[in-house]
Design a protein around this ligand. Structure first.
Ligand code: 4AD
Ligand code: MG
Length: 453
């Protein structure tokens, strides 16, 4: 019976007639025996396989080198070796695919930069196996969180005609019809189209019918920023809820991050141990801290005051009316408050057109959640639900009303207060694992100048 290694290692009794398939991490030879450390990606731990030189297939042992794939039939027995409860005594060995000495993941430490250059193989390393397993578990936890709160998962388009964020960071969609070498065309839809920068506008339409929805899908930004937290293709989670105000939005964001941190503490297992040992010693402590303490909530104006009075010499001095830079975000969370911080009520001019205007006429009901180590992990807002004010916002931002007729309809017909936010899934992963670079939490990262795989 074929078993995953994770299942075998969790067994509470010996078991005969098991089949294991995976990749060899190392081989050690003794007199008449060899020991294979086999990993199948199901967990961090390797399974020790003891191969007697007499069994069928043992003649292939010398080609069973690091990186080769094997199929092993045998019995799960108590291991006499210290530090492991189980091993498999092979009764039959089959070398499926050899790997010669050019296999790049030989048993030694490799730099993250080097591993990035072999993105197609790095998932076979301990660290990246742990990251990608965590990514999958976390995606499931995201769905469970929202579905338990009666949010419907909706699928918003990847090809869109609008620039939700108004920042002009769009990838254009074109076709390559006709002869090879022909110039790209973008007349397929009869209008210019782009890869989505956010599913928010469509999510608003669905929230204003279904009540509570969320998106979870790929998002694209042609931001030419070569930083450790920007990718050109990333995954975003965007809840949107009718009858929510900014307060409810902030509560949901805080509950969400706390639930994800708790999930990581409870389900992270060996993978979390690995992050704590080799990536960030503080990661577990920080996760506990996040689950236990209320987040700080301050208006943008107050955040600016704190930054200006800090006496710190920032590379970009904080200027009222300007966006917070990542060094400012880190100062607030890591040095001033030592906690996640929600900054709200930003100046209208530096936020998109859809945010609800405050009575002061100059700030909007925006909120950003900043966390230690990463900075902004969530951006959201209460939306402008008043038709005339929304029209004025479009004018204020120099946008053409005729491009937003369907969006204005949501305010023409049965408008309601509503709010939502967007979580960068990779930034969330960085926060929960301690990984320092967004390129190392997505299997095949896309950043300016990089789309090799
Ligand atoms: O703050 P942003 O731009 O907000 C929106 O797109 C809203 N429409 C969301 C909403 O209210 N529904 O992006 C939301 C989050 C950011 O806080 C950040 O975590 C992540 O998306 N993000 C990126 N992650 C990786 N690479 C990039 N280039 C990112 N840009 C934004
Ligand atoms: Mg933002």
């Amino acid at each position: 019976m074929e078993k995953r290694i994770r299942e075998l290692l969790a067994s509470d009794r010996p078991c005969s007639g098991v089949r294991v398939q995976g990749w060899i991490r190392t081989r050690r030879d003794a007199k008449g025996f060899s020991f294979l450390e086999v990993n199948d990606g199901s967990c961090l731990k390797n399974l020790q396989v003891v191969v007697d030189a007499q069994i069928p297939g043992a003649e292939q042992l010398n080609r069973c080198t690091t990186g080769a794939s094997v199929r092993v039939d045998g019995d799960l027995v108590e291991s006499p070796a210290p530090g492991q409860r189980w091993e498999v005594r092979a009764t039959r060995l089959e070398l499926i695919g050899p790997a010669d000495s050019t296999y790049p993941l030989q048993k030694k430490g490799h730099s993250l930069e080097f591993l990035r250059s072999i993105a197609h193989l790095r998932a076979r390393s301990n660290l990246f196996g742990a990251v990608f397993r965590t990514r999958s578990r976390l995606a499931r936890a995201v769905h469970e969180f929202f579905q338990a709160r009666d949010f419907l998962w909706v699928h918003t388009p990847i090809i869109t005609a609008s620039d939700c964020e108004g920042a002009g960071e769009l990838f254009r969609v074109t076709t390559l019809k006709g002869q090879p070498g022909e110039r790209p065309k973008d007349d397929f839809f009869g209008r210019p189209t782009y890869l989505t920068v956010s599913g928010q506008l469509e999510a608003e339409a669905l929230a204003c019918a279904l009540g509570r929805v969320y998106t979870f899908g790929p998002t694209f930004r042609a931001e030419n920023s070569n930083t450790s937290r920007h990718a050109a293709e990333f995954w975003m989670i965007e809840p949107e809820a009718a009858f929510f105000d900014l307060e409810a939005d902030m509560d949901l964001a805080e509950d969400f991050l706390k639930a994800m941190a708790r999930h990581m503490l409870e389900e992270g297992g060996d993978d979390l141990d690995l992050f704590e040992r080799f990536v960030d010693r503080e990661v577990r402590a920080r996760l506990r801290f996040v689950t236990e303490r209320p987040f700080v909530r301050i208006p943008y104006a107050e955040a600016m005051e704190i930054l200006r009075k800090s006496g710190r010499s920032f590379e970009f001095p904080p200027e009222p009316g300007q966006n917070l830079q990542s060094e400012h975000e880190r100062f607030l969370t890591e040095e001033h408050f030592h906690a996640p911080v929600i900054v709200y009520d930003y100046p209208r001019a530096i936020k998109p057109f859809y945010m609800r205007l405050n009575d002061d006429g100059v700030t909007v009901r925006a909120m950003d959640v900043l966390v230690p180590g990463v900075g902004e992990v969530i951006g959201g807002a209460q939306r402008e639900e008043r038709l005339e004010v929304l029209r004025e916002n479009l004018r204020f931002h120099g946008l053409d009303e005729s491009d937003y007729q369907w969006y204005l309809d949501l305010r023409r017909y049965g408008t309601v207060p509503h709010a939502g936010f967007g979580v960068g899934f990779e930034r969330l992963l960085m926060f929960l694992t301690g990984m320092g670079n967004i390129r190392d939490v997505i299997p095949f990262p896309r950043t300016p100048g990089h789309a090799e795989f």
